[in-house]
Design a protein around this ligand. Structure first.
Ligand SMILES: C[S@@+](CC[C@H](N)C(=O)[O-])C[C@H]1O[C@@H](n2cnc3c(N)ncnc32)[C@H](O)[C@@H]1O
Length: 310
């Protein structure tokens, strides 16, 4: 009647999932809880997992369950991995049917997890409002196990998201850009303002959707060697490769002239594959991918117990 706009949601402050009392968010664990229900819905919708029961769905750092409570409706057989015992207890209380294990997400071996969870032979679907202090490590672990993951729907700091999608010759181009553009199709879905979280972080965040294509040919280089080459080159991004890569070049090895005067930001992601092959040689692309440490025993126990194992 008066033409005013109807507000669809109230300004988020305390998340509705935060229990009354002494539950103080721990900054050291990156606990900025999502408090905006509209955004929670948009994040969970981006997962689009078609598995019956959702046994392939894994949530990293569920916290107080802002995403979990929506996910568990659609994917009752999902698994949640959380390090904070208080949150684990709370989730078990609120969602009896949920498989939740207390563990460090950095211990996840996605290849083993897929063997255990993706019983239909599919790949894992990973979702999480990531704790920002370990975002890069989580992203690299996902990239290392790209054969086992179908899609990752993850929030991260806006500037880290910019690095994931950055093009060569831009200031954000670096190790994250190279790795994610080689192994995946990654896109920023939308920006998330600090007001969507409690407590409010100082920076904007982004939802990033990463798809790992199933038919991508295996690269003929060792992924750990590739990482070494890219990280070492970007550590001195203004220097020419013959200088910046000195410390990792084999004895008596001379970088061919067409590479030696380049700077890392001039190289496209695929050029780094070629460079790694020149320095360290090619490997059999059908060899087994490297496997990290595992929490699969705990996962198996949670499955065997038919719900959350303690
Ligand atoms: C940014 S909060 C997000 C919480 C919740 N998903 C939400 O959206 O409100 C990050 C969560 O990851 C958990 N966390 C932090 N470090 C972890 C680790 N190494 N392994 C597993 N969970 C971790 C924190 O305890 C916290 O619950």
């Amino acid at each position: 009647f008066c033409g005013g706009r109807v507000r669809m949601s109230v300004e988020p402050d305390r998340p509705p999932t935060l229990p009354a009392g002494k539950f103080r968010p721990k900054q050291s664990l990156g606990q900025n809880y999502l408090a905006d229900q509209n955004i929670a819905v948009k994040i969970t919708k981006a997962l689009e997992d078609a598995s019956e029961g959702g046994h392939r769905v894994v949530e990293l750092g569920p916290g107080l369950g802002a995403l979990t409570r929506l996910l568990v409706e659609e994917y009752p057989e999902m698994l949640a991995v959380e390090i904070d015992q208080r949150a684990v207890d709370l989730l078990r209380e609120r969602h009896e049917e949920l498989s939740v294990i207390r563990s460090d997400v950095l211990e996840i071996d996605y290849t083993k997890l897929r063997e255990l969870r993706a019983r239909d032979g599919g790949r894992l679907s990973v979702i999480g409002n990531l704790p920002y202090y370990i975002t890069s490590q989580i992203l690299f672990a996902l990239a290392d196990h790209h054969d086992s993951v179908r899609r990752a729907v993850v929030t991260m700091q806006w500037e880290v998201a910019q690095r994931v999608v950055a093009a060569p010759r831009t200031k954000d181009y670096g190790i994250l850009s190279v790795v994610f553009q080689l192994y995946s199709n990654a896109r920023i879905a939308f920006k998330i303002p600090p007001t969507a979280f409690y407590p409010k972080p100082k920076v904007d965040s982004a939802l990033v959707v990463v798809d790992f294509p199933v038919d991508r040919p295996r690269f003929p280089v060792d992924p750990r060697k590739l990482r070494t080459v890219v990280t070492t080159a970007f550590r001195q991004r203004r220097k020419m490769l013959r200088q910046s890569l000195k410390s990792i070049l084999p004895p008596d090895f001379k970088l061919p002239d067409n590479w030696s005067t380049k700077r890392p930001e001039e190289l496209k992601p695929r050029d780094f594959l070629e460079l790694t092959a020149i320095i360290f040689g090619r490997i059999d692309p059908d060899s087994e991918p490297p496997s990290g440490t595992a929490i699969w025993r705990k996962v198996k126990k949670a499955d065997d117990d038919g719900g959350g194992s303690r």
